[in-house]
Ligand binder design. Structure first.
Ligand code: ATP
Ligand code: LTN
Length: 330
């Protein structure tokens, strides 16, 4: 049987965080040989909040460098930049006409982001999930590896696909989400009841993939925990649960092994141990990314080549969609 199709995206809205890595990228790497995968730097999503143009361009290329450094093969997978494939915007417009105002009003990310950016609640921010649905449906993706925060958007994409198929016949594959059981929601180090976000203005709240080892150590030592001084995974211990999750993923140890390891030790020993494990986890990725970022021409050629591959696939779906909705043939 032919391999199934995977699609996922990440916003080049800042440097990529440990949350992005644990919740999403790590799984992208793990499944790359079992599926036909498309991985996209979604710069059109990123401009729903104000971006510096020069930085956005650099960050989009940096995402592609980071994906390669994490172990994704740009020949085997299609890794590209969203704005280089115009069919994303084209399909998003069509899908807008099959998405309800009420559905978009219920999206929690819109509510959060419109509070955070109250001076710029633009139509793109509201429409963000429709562009995301277009990304996925354009390639007939079967599976979408995402962190927990994107679950509601994926559900909407499924509803849009089902609604469209209900009217026009089987045009779109209805995609399933793939959210990791552990690590689908890495929390902020400063406010452990909030998710870690790459665009958090508090630099101590997040670990970035390109952070220097001493910055990583400093942030973990400062991480907010509780006053119990007991390294156990328990309901309500948000800070410690989060650090245990990160440590478990970085070392491969189970929660009970971690509890035993720190049984007679306090947070003063646990926090630096988490820091050291993360430094070692990220070191090779950071070094490789920095090397690749010096090779602009190579990165540009990967993007161009892969955008063409993506565009050819996207066009197959768009031809069907244009015909179904009644556009005149080009
Ligand atoms: P921003 O802060 O700019 O909104 P973000 O950090 O939320 O960005 P995205 O680019 O929107 O990151 O997300 C990329 C992928 O990383 C998505 O699959 C998302 O679900 C996942 N992800 C983001 N934050 C976390 C987190 N804290 N824990 C686990 N997964 C996450
Ligand atoms: N909205 C996602 C990024 C994203 C995405 C996608 C993820 C855009 N298009 C398609 C999966 C599939 C986010 O992480 N905030």
């Amino acid at each position: 049987m032919d391999k199934k199709i995977v699609f996922s995206g990440i916003q080049p809205s800042g440097d990529i965080s440990l949350g992005n890595y644990i919740g999403a990228l790590r799984n992208w790497v793990e499944i790359q040989h079992d599926y036909h995968c498309l991985y996209c730097a979604v710069d059109m999503h990123a401009i729903t909040v104000r971006q510096d143009p020069k930085k956005l361009r650099e960050q989009s290329l940096a995402v592609i460098a980071l994906l390669i450094a994490c172990g994704l093969d740009p020949k085997e997978n299609i890794m590209y930049i969203q704005s280089q494939v115009p069919q994303h915007a084209e399909l998003a417009w069509v899908l807008n006409c099959y998405t309800m105002y009420g559905e978009l009003s219920r999206m929690t990310q819109f509510k959060d982001k419109s509070q955070k950016h109250s001076d710029n609640v633009n139509a793109g921010l509201f429409d963000y999930p429709v562009l995301m649905a277009a990304d996925i449906l354009l390639y007939q993706a079967d599976l979408v590896p995402i962190g927990h925060d994107q679950k509601q958007h994926l559900e909407l994409a499924r509803n849009i696909a089902e609604r469209f198929n209900g009217i026009y016949g089987d045009v779109f594959t209805v995609p399933d989400g793939y959210i990791p059981k552990v690590g689908g929601r890495i929390m902020s180090l400063a406010e452990p009841e909030k998710k870690m976000s790459k665009s958090d203005p508090n630099v101590n709240a997040r670990i970035l993939m390109l952070d220097e080892p001493d910055a990583i150590m400093r942030k973990f030592k400062r991480a907010v925990t509780d006053s119990e001084a007991q390294v156990v995974y328990r309901e309500g211990k948000h800070g410690i649960n989060n650090l245990m999750t990160i440590y478990s993923i970085a070392t491969g140890k189970s929660f009970s092994e971690i509890e035993a390891e720190f049984d007679d030790k306090g947070y003063g020993e646990f926090k630096p141990a988490v820091g050291e494990a993360v430094v070692e986890l990220l070191r090779p990725i950071r070094e490789k990314t920095l090397e690749l970022m010096k090779e602009k021409d190579y990165l540009m050629s990967i993007c161009t080549e892969n955008a063409l591959r993506a565009s050819a696939l996207a066009e197959r779906t768009m031809r069907k969609v244009r015909k179904k909705v009644g556009f005149v043939q080009r």
